[in-house]
Design a protein around this ligand. Structure first.
Ligand code: ZN
Length: 153
């Protein structure tokens, strides 16, 4: 199952639940945003698609991917978290999660916002797996950057 030993059992359970039962699996047929990410260190892949409502918030989201449990669980959690968010808010979440994976602490407000994804903080003690946890988030960042480039007026 490729889970690093030493992760707390509860953490492992949440990660494995998302890995075995990914949320929002399947790509959207007409996405407003899309991107693909690849983590060569582990072989993880994530494809992310999103659709926006008139207010510019993420209304629909779907992903496909393969790879280790941490990469796929992180992608599954991301798809739940990003729904209803504006692109600015989503970019803010990417920055916050990257910061935590680089050593920052979740603020209490971020803990509420990120919910069960906060268990991935435990991955930090395995530096080689940090890229696994971040893959879906850098893919989200790429999708938003591409979208903004295409829609710049
Ligand atoms: Zn991985």
């Amino acid at each position: 199952m490729q889970l690093p030993g030493g992760l707390d059992d509860l953490y492992a359970e949440i990660i494995l639940d998302h890995y075995r039962h990914p949320r929002n699996r399947g790509l959207l047929s007409e996405p407003d945003l899309q991107a693909e990410g690849y983590n060569p260190f582990c072989g993880d892949q994530v494809k992310l698609t999103m659709g926006l409502d008139e207010a510019g918030r993420v209304a629909r989201v779907g992903f496909e991917g393969q790879g280790c449990s941490i990469s796929q669980a992180s992608a599954s959690m991301l798809t739940d978290l990003v729904k209803g968010k504006s692109l600015d808010e989503a970019v803010g979440m990417v920055g916050a999660f990257k910061g935590v994976m680089q050593g920052a602490k979740f603020t209490p407000q971020q803990e509420d916002e990120f919910g069960e994804l906060t268990v991935l903080e435990g991955v930090r003690q395995f530096p080689v797996r940090v890229k696994c946890a971040l893959l879906a988030w850098t893919t989200l960042q790429d999708a938003i950057a591409e979208h903004r480039k295409a829609h710049r007026r």
